[in-house]
Write a protein that binds this ligand. Structure first.
Ligand SMILES: Nc1ncnc2c1ncn2[C@@H]1O[C@H](COP(=O)(O)OP(=O)(O)O)[C@@H](O)[C@H]1O
Ligand SMILES: [Mg+2]
Length: 294
């Protein structure tokens, strides 16, 4: 894998005031988010919070209604293939592979933004493609090795078990040699073992100098992995911080439980318990016998 020389802490992704409306529905509202080089940033939030829509705004699939997205200082062009060429790659919540192509071919297709010959040359295997092919195949095999799929290079993508299809999606995304990788629910449908392996894979990707922004519902995965986590609720960024900050924020819990935090049911009971504890406290300190025994 080619290592990129990126100084840790340089802002790779800078999304400012991103808003996306669909008719009357505001799916994403005024979201700011940065990702620095060397960072793994998590994006969490309940279903329908706008996470995937936000990704779509970052990758040129949608043109945000308002706001601006910069990658390494440059405003992104509003076309997904240009965004990929600029250095942002992604995987999809719903796996998008070429089911009837081999594992290796899927990765080769992912390289088309990095080879002069392009997408159709890769598909049609034109003369120009053959010249570039060997180098491309070597790189693709390297990536398959990296995600642990080299032994299945010649298998049809559709014959891979689900967890391996997700890995293949990651290999294909990496084939465009991105500076930033966006992962949309990379462990959805995986068993705990596969999830752990994916965690290691994401760390390894980060160690290659690729910044990562990841959407996931598996909180253990997110909090183990991420340097920073942003919480999206109803299209707005509610909280952002390190794992401890986000886990300790009552609004996040409330958002997931779907209850308004203020006047939450049970507040009275909590007050009663606290009052009872306060009363009980002096008795505990002066536990019978303890003080007099010493
Ligand atoms: N292309 C679209 N057209 C209209 N509404 C959409 C479109 N994409 C997403 N939405 C709506 O935007 C909201 C956010 O969806 P989504 O970004 O998929 O949420 P998440 O990924 O957080 O679960 C939902 O209410 C969804 O129905
Ligand atoms: Mg989604």
């Amino acid at each position: 894998m080619t290592t990129q020389t990126i100084t840790r802490g340089e802002t790779v992704l800078d999304a400012r005031g991103v808003t996306m409306r669909f008719g009357g529905l505001t799916a994403v509202h005024n979201v700011d988010l940065t990702v620095d080089s060397g960072e793994i940033v998590g994006l969490i939030g309940p279903n329908g919070a706008g996470k995937t829509t936000f990704f779509n705004c970052l990758t040129g699939l949608y043109v945000p209604t308002e706001g601006e997205v910069r990658f390494k200082g440059q405003v992104l062009p509003p076309k997904s293939f240009k965004v990929t060429a600029a250095g942002i790659a992604r995987t999809f919540q719903n796996i998008r592979l070429f089911a009837n192509m081999s594992v290796l071919e899927n990765v080769l297709v992912g390289r088309h933004t990095r080879t002069k010959e392009g997408f159709w040359a890769a598909i049609l295997r034109s003369p120009g493609f053959h010249r570039a092919e060997r180098a491309s195949r070597e790189r693709a095999m390297e990536l398959l090795e990296f995600v642990g799929l080299a032994h299945k290079a010649e298998h049809l993508a559709r014959n891979l078990p689900y967890g391996e299809q997700r890995k293949l999606e990651i290999a294909r995304a990496l084939a465009s040699e991105p500076g930033l990788l966006l992962l949309d629910e990379p462990t959805a449908g995986m068993n705990p073992q596969e999830t752990r392996a994916t965690e290691e894979l994401v760390f390894a990707i980060r160690d290659k100098g690729i910044a990562v922004l990841v959407i996931e519902h598996d909180m253990r995965f997110i909090f183990n992995l991420c340097d920073r986590v942003a919480v999206l609720v109803q299209g707005e960024k509610l909280v952002e911080g390190d794992s401890a900050t986000v886990q300790g924020d009552e609004r996040v819990v409330a958002a997931y439980l779907g209850e308004p935090f203020e006047d939450a049911p049970g507040a009275e009971e909590i007050a009663e318990v606290e009052a009872a504890e306060a009363q009980a406290a002096p008795t505990t300190d002066a536990a019978p016998g303890k003080e007099s025994d010493r």
